[in-house]
Structures are given as C-alpha cells and as structure tokens.
Design a protein around this ligand. Sequence first.
Ligand SMILES: *Cc1c(COP(=O)(O)O)cnc(C)c1O
Length: 286
Amino acid sequence: MNYTNSPIHEVVFNKQKYFIKRDDLLNSDFSGNKARKFYYYLINDFPDIKKVVSHGSSQSNAMYSLSVLCKLKNWQFDYYVDHTASFLKENPIGNYKYAIKNGMNIIEGNLPDFFDKEILFINEGGALVQASHGIEVLANEIKLWVNQNNIKDIKVFLPSGTGTTALFLQKYLPFEVLTCPCVGNEEYLKKQFEVLEKKNHPLILKIDKKYHFAKLYKEFYEIHNNLLTQTNIEFDLLYDSLGWICFENFVKQLKEANTTFLYIHQGGIIGNESMYDRYKHKYPLI
Ligand SMILES: *Cc1c(COP(=O)(O)O)cnc(C)c1O
C-alpha cells in the first residue's frame, strides 16, 4: 500500500488558477494530514506496544485515523472523551461510526495518570514531534514538484487546527507557508507553534470575523458547494471552508501575476457525513 506521493491537480476557482496537493487521495482509509502525522508510527516497528491511548472530541478526524492505524498495526485503541452526545451513540455517523467499526474503545472520563510501556500515548489531534517525519516527506514531494515545473515564486497554504502540519511544513520548505486558525484564535495558534518550534513559523492570515470551531456558517456551506461545483473536489467543512475564505481573500489582495498558489488538501472527508446532515437541516434551501 502507498501512503505517500499524492498527486497535484490544477483547478480554476472563481477565475483564479490554483494547484491542489491531493493528500485526500493518499489512501482510502488512511488519508489527509493525519496519514502524514502518523506516518512515523505506520512505517516503524514498535515491538513493545500493544495499545494506543488518545483523547479529544468524539467526531475528530484524528480519532478516526488512529483507529485505522491501530487496525493496521493490530493494536488496541482506547480513546477518552469528555462526553459523547446521546444522539451520536444512538445514530452513529461519520468518524465516530467508522472508528467504532475499526474496534475503537471509547471511554467517557479522564485520561489515566500513568501509562506503562505497552502503551503509546498520542496527544490530542496528533500534535507531536514525531509528526515531523511524515510532514518532511510531504515537503519533499512539494519541493520536487516545484523544481520539476521550474516554479520560481510559490505560496503554500493550509488551514490549521493544532498547527502541527503547517509548522513542520514551514520547517522543511524553503518558501513561504501561509495558514489560518480554525480551532482557536491567532494567539492560540502562535502558542501551539511555540511548543513545537521556537522559530520559522508560518504566516498567519487575518480573519475578519470570529468563527467558532464546528459551528455552522452559511458562507462555509456556500464556498464548499462552489468549490465542489467548480473544481469537482470535495473539501472538508470544518477547516477547508474557512481556509478557502482566507486564502482567496489573500490571493485577491496580492495582485502578483507570477505567483503560483498551492493549497494542501488535508483530507477529512469522512467527517463531512455528519456535517452535511447538520447543514441540510439548517439551510434546506441552499
Ligand atoms: C486535522 C486536520 C487539520 C488540522 O491539522 P493540524 O496539524 O492540527 O493543524 C486540517 N484539516 C483537516 C481536514 C484535518 O483533518
């Protein structure tokens, strides 16, 4: 199975040319930036490990990807959540549904204080130094493409949650990486960067409006649908909608004719399943 070397596709969106790094196509089960972040665990052997322990929300993309990793590795998977909504337990959907199918053991409560050596602990959202290995592979694929196509001026954009992917991408790329905060505000994202690396941070684009993670916004649904119609590519509704709003704004203001724009598609499509239900309910006429 191949978990690297995703294609780069050219698209036109609202009359502007973009290139899309299709990490959503890496592998049907193990895709997106979580496949990059957990690549280190996939390709190396961990003879002592029997179980992965992680934590976060009950609809997280990282949770689903870890369930795939654990299945491939034959590891048990304990996932701690504060709370799972009863409607989700009764009607499993999206990441939650497929992670349970993969054998995830979901536990409501606090993480244990102590882990023995058979346990691999993965921080929420995969914010860990080990993620740098797979993201370096991603950076090398981009560098190769830039050289082969003789591109002189390029801006790379990807939306951030924990900021881990954007940070390590900037670490390994010799050109500018741009991002926007989708989970917390700009301050939160800066702090996340600081924890992993002291210098060489990606440029954080400004957002005009305050958005709350996982809430529904009409403009998110609209840009998602416009992207789907114009490019034939399905993007994630949690990160990519805001990402495209920010990036398109930036590109419009730049007015540099010779710049190549590369957007990193970080997967997360399984998570759309539950979001579509919510959006259709809230905006039935769109
Ligand atoms: C996890 C995820 C992100 C955020 O990645 P970070 O490395 O935490 O910034 C962005 N987009 C999608 C689709 C994701 O699944």
